[in-house]
Design a protein around this ligand. Structure first.
Ligand code: HEC
Length: 183
């Protein structure tokens, strides 16, 4: 079982050529070697519990497909916009809309954990701290949505934004591709 997974594990990682994925590939390479040398022998009865993480989405994918849409949902559900017709409050207006914010918050809470999964995690204390800060800020947003508190949701959205920015300033090294106004 473990053996059949290892080929899949490397596949999405090698598609990307950023420095992060190089680190990840090296780490996964080490993991696979250990696996081949020890616990994966088909002739050996294996009593140890095994845990293999199948990394389908590297950090950039996780950001693009999972984290950003969830964050946008929260940001689009808090505050006001000015239009020619006047001021529009973006806050959810019914239980279903609040539930969508709860969903988005849950995605961000768990994304903080996903960023610390072996295969994605950058082994530096700041990475863990910023990943956990994302989970905590999203948890505040979730509580605000559960309580249908628009002001608290707006503040939580601001905190989430600051966490995104703080991590990008430190770890998103690919600056030439980054539009200046982006996170
Ligand atoms: C713990 C660190 C960390 C946090 C927190 C974080 N990011 Fe990222 N983000 C990164 C890194 C690193 C990259 C660059 C990934 C790459 O190019 O390999 C990135 C890249 C991105 C990208 C570009 C992805 C692509 O398609 O290349 C988007 C969009 C993004 N982040 C959105 C967000 C949003 C929105 C938040 C907050 C809700 C957030 N990120 C929080 C580390 C983080």
């Amino acid at each position: 079982m473990t053996r059949s997974f290892t080929g899949l594990v490397t596949f999405p990682v090698v598609l990307s050529i950023t420095s992060w994925s190089v680190k990840i590939s090296i780490r996964l390479g080490a993991m696979i070697s250990i696996c081949l040398l020890s616990s994966c022998s088909p002739n050996e009865s294996n009593t140890q519990s095994e845990s293999v993480t199948l990394i389908q989405h590297d950090i950039a994918d996780l950001m693009h497909i999972v984290i950003e849409p969830a964050a946008e949902k929260i940001w689009d559900s808090a505050g006001y916009i000015l239009t020619i017709e006047g001021e529009t409050n973006l806050a959810p207006t019914n239980d279903d809309e609040w539930m969508e914010v709860i969903h988005a918050s849950a995605v961000l809470i768990e994304s903080g954990n996903l960023l610390q999964t072996p295969g994605r995690r950058i082994e530096e204390p700041d990475w863990d701290e910023l990943s956990q800060a994302l989970s905590h800020a999203a948890d505040v947003a979730k509580v605000a949505a559960l309580e249908q508190d628009a002001d608290a949701l707006f503040k939580a959205g601001g905190t989430i934004y600051n966490v995104c920015r703080a991590c990008h300033q430190q770890y998103w090294k690919d600056e030439p591709q980054r539009p200046s106004e982006s996170l």
